[in-house]
Design a protein. Sequence first.
Length: 221
Amino acid sequence: MRLGRRGIAILTGVVVTLAAATADAGPISGSFSMTGDFLPVFGDTGTATVDVNGVPTFEGATGINFLNLDGTDSGGTGEFFVVNTFAKPGQTNDFAGLRWTTGTIRDFTFAGTGSATYPTVPIIGFEALALGGLTFDLESIYVKYQDANTLTLSGTGFFNWTGFDKTAGSFEFTGTNSGGSIAFVASDAAPVPEPASLFLMGSGAVMGLGRLRRRRQAQAA
């Protein structure tokens, strides 16, 4: 199965942070899932990576171009939509107020030489939401697996949020020809679920993915 015309079309994410936070101080606690669009590119030039038929492919890609929720490319950053928030039993869900809000995520290079538009790590403010000035700084990144239809990245960084302590976390990105996932995990948190599990997390995430698919189909018609 080949990638769609705009390439990898669905983005899903989860954030899991250190347990036991308070409203005034302490590490961030809880999780959220998000949807969005992105394309694989050559990070040094920003040119989309395509196969002999002009279809986007992960093969040879060294960067990710995140798109806006309407499918447009503003250059430098893209948008994501928070469709659900989660908390483990007995854990505070500090992200509860993020549901149905939007954030921005920076285009970046994960291998090779970067550029001004597609920087390499460290990337300050790699991900940002307006609520409380929440940001995630990406400090390291490496390729775990890559072929024409699949890309898996892993990295580390830090969360910064007004009223909370700086919280260490790790970054996991999996993109495929049918979807993808982004996961952020605190260093002391439980292991991240596999991308297939993330993809099914919560009815809100499923609804968001369906909405994006219908929008893309309408635009292609």
